[in-house]
Ligand binder design. Sequence first.
Ligand code: FES
Ligand SMILES: [Fe+2]
Length: 338
Amino acid sequence: MTFIRNRWYVAAWDGEVGPQPLGRKICNENIVMYRKLDGEVVAMRDACPHRLLPLSMGIKEGDNLRCKYHGLVVGPDGAPTEMPLRNDPVNKKLCVQTYRVTEKHRFVWVWIGDQDKADEALVPDLWPCSAEGWTFDGGLMTVGCDYRLFIDNLMDLTHETYVHMGSIGQIELMEAPLETRIEGDKVILSRWMPGVDAPPFWKAFLGKEGPVNRWQICEFIEPCSVIIDVGVSPVEAGDTLESHDSGVRGFVIDSMTPETETSCHYFWGMARNFAIDDHGVTQRIKDGQDHVFNEDIEVLERQQKSIAENPDLKLRILNIDSGGAHARRIIERLMADA
Ligand code: FES
Ligand SMILES: [Fe+2]
């Protein structure tokens, strides 16, 4: 196993789950999700208790799902309410496993592992995605790589120079000193660039000329998220690494839910505290991220393939990999505990 059990994982964007069943593999488990008439999300094992046809192919009837093969009906609690032969007594033993679900920070989260351990207080704190005065949107890509390769990638901003040569790569980024620290189960990589020229994107939203302080702070949040605090503020505002709300600020949000050992669902987006009602800005940022993340995915999928093709070789750790290496160590430790 490569992931921590007994955790909340992002299973979908809030807008993806509607009345019609949606099937998705999360941590090697096939899960079907749908919304009941009252809006609550149901998640259960995506296999009919009769002959295992995916229930996600089924027909929605009220809050129930009718299997597309022989018509067995399952209720939102996973218990059958009607047998293929309508007059047969309902066999409650044919129960489908259900999952605890919660909605927070624009995502639908599913608890993987022992269901009685699910506690909503344990949902990873992606606060910029739902805080007052902020707006958040993004997308989903299913990627053919181990989610930990993605964490390595996001916890190492030096890759920007080459992977993103044609888009966001900038040589100045490499010159600013990078600090790594560990706080409990978090890994934080920070880069503070005092008195620099704001890049065009940030200058436009700051609406002000003159030198700025710029920051990039990557934070690994177990089991599988990385959020990157980015922005600029005017030098005279005196912002610091610890407190920087005088300018424009955003968070690149990344949550890589394992699908299998060698694939993951990449939920990405940007939360921001400027131009929050401007849908055009939201769309342009999304388009930009879509382009940049496809550059990462091309590399990551090829890397995963190369790992499979070279079983006698191992991944090496250089200085630039320390963020990802710390995150992997935390995952290893929590996998053993959970
Ligand atoms: S497989 Fe679902 S009713 Fe037979
Ligand atoms: Fe990247």
